[in-house]
Design a protein around this ligand. Structure first.
Ligand code: OAD
Length: 236
């Protein structure tokens, strides 16, 4: 942690975050037994096919997620990244999360490549609107048809990915937090950064696909590990 803290000090750092960073805020991750909802895998439900086939089940799953997220508060990991940005130690957060907790924690430069769960989109008339009701199917306020969350579902194109690739090319350090690094193209970002000279620091409770290629792997919960590193940085 000391080595990582001195590596990060006064450098251009960027964080790439995944579901693990919000785990300690009470939001389940996607993979592993923890990620199961009823008997379904999120990977089966977070698809356009699932929406078309069974919109009621699809919305039940998203309402469940919206309720959890509505009640969730940013944890120490989100807050530490926000402080790092305030003090000029972090230039961007690229996140796969749709929960908005980085913004709630006070971070400003956030790239949400999978969208945000509070926006819904009508596939009939195209309207995108902010709607924060939970526990029900949300109908379009313009045409009355059923909407879907305006998030990236499996098989759909991610957002702002060109911007994310440009950012990682210019960083000194990429801190990869709480992602299994199996979903593309996000999983390519550390490799792109590395190709352009970035050091990759991974923080996760368990080894991932990325770990053997990371320059540093710190095993631990994000909410515990990030504040520890940042406290060391502040004393350097
Ligand atoms: P995953 O559920 O695939 O992985 C979560 C990662 O967080 C795992 O590697 C865990 O070991 C780790 N983890 C769990 N608790 C942690 C903690 N307290 N501190 C640090 N790490 C912890 O989630 P993602 O990698 O984010 O996409 O998944 C990527 C994408 O797949 C999601 O954005 C979503 C999903 O399907 C779409 O829906 C398009």
């Amino acid at each position: 942690m000391k080595e990582v803290a001195s590596l990060l000090k006064n450098r251009n750092n960027v964080a790439l975050t995944g579901a693990g960073i919000s785990k300690e805020s009470g939001i389940p991750t996607f993979r592993g037994k923890d990620g199961l909802w009823k008997k379904y895998r999120p990977e089966e439900l977070a698809t356009r096919n699932a929406f078309i086939k069974n919109p009621v089940l699809f919305w039940e799953f998203y309402s469940f997620r919206r309720t959890l997220i509505k009640n969730a508060l940013p944890n120490e990991a989100h807050k530490t990244l926000a402080s790092m940005e305030d003090f000029g130690e972090l230039s961007f957060i690229i996140t796969q999360n749709i929960d908005g907790l980085h913004r709630k924690a006070g971070s400003k430069n956030i790239i949400e490549i999978h969208g945000n769960i509070w926006n819904v989109r009508c596939e009939s008339c195209g309207k995108v609107e902010f709607r924060d009701e939970t526990n029900k199917i949300i109908m379009c306020s313009s045409c009355g048809k059923i909407t879907r969350p305006d998030v990236v579902l499996f098989g759909e194109a991610v957002r702002k990915i060109d911007e994310a690739f440009e950012i990682v090319k210019k960083v000194d350090n990429l801190i990869v937090i709480g992602t299994s690094s199996v979903v593309y193209p996000a999983a390519l970002l550390p490799y792109e950064g590395k190709k352009y000279g970035a050091s990759i620091i991974e923080i996760n409770i368990a080894k991932t696909e990325l770990s053997s290629d990371a320059d540093y792997f710190i095993q631990g919960g994000a909410a515990e590990t990030l504040p520890k590193i940042y406290n060391i940085m502040k004393k350097l």
